[in-house]
Design a protein around this ligand. Structure first.
Ligand SMILES: [Zn+2]
Length: 240
């Protein structure tokens, strides 16, 4: 007796839960996919049919030599498959050409044209974003007008400081990233900030962010002096 049992909701849920075209292509190629997608396909007649049908094409595509490879998708075959898939689906999508479009994409993947990019997309999907364990809003110091954010992410390789200050002016000298005690009586140089938008710095193992919670970016001169120039541009305090 839930309010979610209306026809409209059930239909929307089913429509949204089908796996995407990349996943179909990967399964047809025999690649591994996310466990929840794999589970879905095993229990979904419609998705399984797409995988089986594409798999048959993969098989024949792999058995031809380079000279035999088609330069264009076999459109009659795909039209037929698209029709069969559509007739399987209780919910037909409003965009009619979808089946044919998937056909070309999936076939390209099957013969390896897109294998690289598909693989990359799946790797990115599978690696969860590293959790942020602390963040700081970087505010301009008096007389400066840049601002940004800093985050400490817990990556597989240890804590990583991510700096994003998109509007830093071209430096007369260079920018350096520091982590300071609240009293600024002790500090660690984290590294030189280049010109990219977002930059990451691996923090030393055992780095105590509670002791050095202040993230500071200074403008430094090429003067051979490794200490802080005291010319800070932005600064913020990391909070968990
Ligand atoms: Zn499905």
């Amino acid at each position: 007796m839930s309010q979610h049992e209306g026809n409209g909701n059930a239909r929307d849920n089913e429509q949204m839960s089908h796996v995407d075209e990349d996943t179909i292509a990967l399964l047809a190629l025999g690649e591994s996919v996310l466990a929840r997608d794999d589970d879905h396909v095993r229990s979904c007649v419609s998705c399984q049919a797409k995988v089986d049908q594409l798999g048959a094409i993969v098989h024949s595509a792999r058995s031809v030599t380079d000279e035999d490879k088609p330069v264009a998708p076999p459109s009659e075959l795909w039209d037929r498959i698209a029709m069969e898939i559509d007739s399987d689906e209780q919910v037909s999508k409003p965009a009619a050409p979808r089946g044919a479009r998937m056909g070309w994409f999936a076939l390209a993947a099957a013969v390896g044209l897109l294998a690289g990019s598909v693989g990359t997309a799946v790797v990115m999907n599978q690696s969860e974003p590293a959790p942020a364990i602390a963040q700081a809003t970087l505010e301009p110091l008096p007389g400066k007008d840049s601002s940004g954010v800093a985050q400490v992410l817990q990556t597989a390789d240890g804590p990583t400081l991510v700096i994003d200050v998109p509007d830093l002016p071209e430096p007369d000298g260079y920018y350096e990233v520091w982590m300071l005690t609240p009293e600024a009586d002790s500090m660690m140089s984290i590294g030189v900030l280049g010109t990219g938008d977002v930059q990451e710095f691996s923090l030393p193992g055992g780095m105590d962010m509670e002791t050095f919670p202040v993230v500071d970016i200074s403008l430094e001169q090429f003067d051979g002096d490794v200490t802080h120039s005291t010319d800070s541009v932005v600064r913020g305090v990391l909070e968990a």
